[in-house]
Design a binder for this molecule. Sequence first.
Ligand code: ATP
Ligand code: MG
Length: 426
Amino acid sequence: MNDILPPESARWEWLEAIVREQMARFAYRNVRTPILEHTQLFVRGIGEVTDIVEKEMYSFEDRSDKHGQAEHLTMRPENTAGVVRAVVEHNLLYDGGKRLYYMGPMFRREKPQRGRYRQFHQIGAEALGFAGPDVDAELILLARALWKAIGLTDVRLELNSLGQPAERAAHREQLIAYLERHADKLDEDARRRLHSNPLRILDTKNPAMQELVEGAPRLLDFLGAESLAHFEGLQAILKANDVDYTINPRLVRGLDYYNLSVFEFVTDRLGSQGTVCAGGRYDDLIIQIGGKAAPAVGWALGIERVLALLDEQGAEVPVAPPHAYAVVPDASAMPVALRTLTQLRERGVRVQMHAATADGLGSFKSQFKKADASGAGFALVFGGDELARGEVTLKSLRDGKGEQRALALADPDALATHLQSSAPND
Ligand code: ATP
Ligand code: MG
């Protein structure tokens, strides 16, 4: 579990702001659900025989209430189940489909490594109440718009269809028979899942099993006409929108609730943590959670992985240093200085004030050093002489370094305009 500190945190805020803007453009609205949910929600929603529910959840028994009942709670390992719970609880679909998004921390007890943490952060988009492949396509276009807005280029889209439960059952029989014929090549995980969740074996990350998995019967070959039409409908929209993708028949996703379309945006640049964003259709989840049947589809991206990939690509994330750093040689100037800073901030200027330490304000020279280190475009000097003239001195710290001019304190508009010129691309 990581602390996210400056300056790294500025990259997070930058990403989050872009996400909010893109979500608004697609008319997805924000939901915020609790971190803690009943353990049963995830057991029912995600599925008992999944990595998450078998071994990754942070679960505990709450203290008993006054009836002596203790609740089993879990820190959310993902947020689709929580969103669906909220949708059911508040009857959000009473007047039609809803498009929702969330951002926040998720918790899984995994082996920590680059791109895999125990508290990590997801941004997710969910569209509930819509059945057709058009909204599956919309979600993929939303992800593409996000990649474009943040300058992420190194991802490719993989697509598959998991069909419907009956189609999976037919495939399952043949898959088990195939895997049983090669029982000697199965690892421990796979042997354990052979009868409980054989589809999941196709998702194995064990290199020794790749060949076996590649030769397995393909679920795609078991799809009926309706499932195929849905899948083809999605592909037709993607093609018409110039979305590149490949079909990966072994893409099954790590959670149990999916049907029909599943997809992942993957990269080769983050080792085995190569899935940046993943999602699919989950038409049966809402019933499993106790709601009235309603189709749904969504995706979630890992913020850490998106930022790591941007880093890997050498992408520059814009930061917003202060426009100005207030240099205050003498404490007697503080009242006027702070009044001016307030006027500037009200006009959108970012200003850092020089604050006294236990040793006082420090020398003029040491204040300038701090001004420089702050990244500010200007030092704003509140010296005694200029204040006596009703002025403040602006000293450029970047372009034309050292240039200085005095501006009237009585005209904060002009002062603000001048200071903001140091960061014309804001
Ligand atoms: P993986 O196969 O890498 O374990 P997953 O299938 O468990 O991923 P999902 O549950 O689909 O992942 O979560 C969606 C996204 O959240 C992933 O594609 C990834 O970007 C991110 N993610 C999942 N688990 C972690 C983690 N432990 N640390 C950081 N990011 C994660
Ligand atoms: Mg996982």
